[in-house]
Design a binder for this molecule. Structure first.
Ligand SMILES: Nc1ccn([C@@H]2O[C@H](COP(=O)(O)OP(=O)(O)OP(=O)(O)O)[C@@H](O)[C@H]2O)c(=O)n1
Ligand SMILES: C[C@](O)(CO)[C@H](O)COP(=O)(O)O
Length: 226
């Protein structure tokens, strides 16, 4: 069984608010996508890496760790679909990862891939939720307080049997869905199970400016540990 990884890096990074696309913003002197590709290349399971890049960045040296580079789409879902379209024929397990989760460790890729190889066709890493979450209506009124012990904050890489994720994306196109919250949600919409494995604190998503400070701190901690 061969494992391929699609790293989606074509987002603009509006919430980060920098001039260049988020995946090309630097932390620790290297772009986020470079860090993500380092981790993917250190995974014992990943044999092939596809990067989905923003317009104009397809030839950027930060992508030298990729086997294939394709242009992005208008939404994350479209970008993932572009990556799925160029997978090598022998890839039967697919990891789908956000470049924005650039410090997810190689062990997390391995854990997710191993769970797919063990027979779960859709796998997500999840961590406990630290805040109490409320469901709020259009008038700003709380309508529910879900039991926090049942909730998980879900990360990437998410892992799938290739046949299942291709079917899930094809069904999304047929339904007219264009902006799924994540890839597992498309599998859920097929009525298929999604298995959760333990996530990792370092797999947080660089989204807002303060996340760059956290990423720098994680890199400094890693450098001090070697
Ligand atoms: N059209 C898009 C949108 C997002 N992504 C990727 O999907 C991941 C998760 O998206 P997010 O963190 O929301 O990134 P952005 O869309 O860039 O962020 P923002 O919503 O702040 O603009 C990122 O690695 C991003 O590059 C992508 O490849 N193509
Ligand atoms: C895929 C994801 O990272 C899982 O948590 C998340 O759904 C991406 O959300 P975003 O709004 O595109 O950042």
């Amino acid at each position: 069984m061969s494992v391929a990884c699609i790293v989606v890096a074509a987002g603009r990074g509006e919430r980060l608010g920098q001039e260049r696309p988020k995946a090309f913003v630097e932390v620790g002197g290297r772009p986020l996508i470079w860090h993500a590709l380092q981790a993917a290349s250190r995974s014992a399971r990943v044999a092939h890496v596809v990067v989905v890049a923003p317009d104009g960045y397809e030839g950027d040296p930060a992508l030298s760790g990729a086997d294939t580079v394709v242009p992005g789409g208008a939404t994350r879902q479209h970008s993932v679909a572009n990556g799925l379209a160029v997978l090598p024929p022998d890839a039967d397990v697919v990891l789908i990862h956000d470049a924005a989760r650039c410090l997810a460790p190689p062990s997390l890729y391995d854990d997710v891939a191993a769970d797919v190889l063990a027979g779960h066709d859709a796998v997500v890493p999840g961590v406990a939720v630290v805040d109490t979450l409320k469901v709020v209506d259009g008038a700003g009124l709380v309508t529910a307080t879900p039991d926090r012990t049942e909730l998980r904050a879900v990360q990437t890489p998410q892992g799938f049997a290739r046949t299942v994720i291709e079917r899930a994306h094809a069904a999304a196109v047929e339904r007219g869905d264009t902006d799924a919250p994540d890839d597992a949600a498309l599998v859920e919409r097929l009525g298929l199970p999604v298995h959760v494995v333990a996530g990792h604190a370092d797999a947080f998503k660089v989204t807002r400016p303060q996340d760059l400070l956290l990423a720098s701190t994680v890199l400094a901690r890693r450098a001090a540990a070697v």
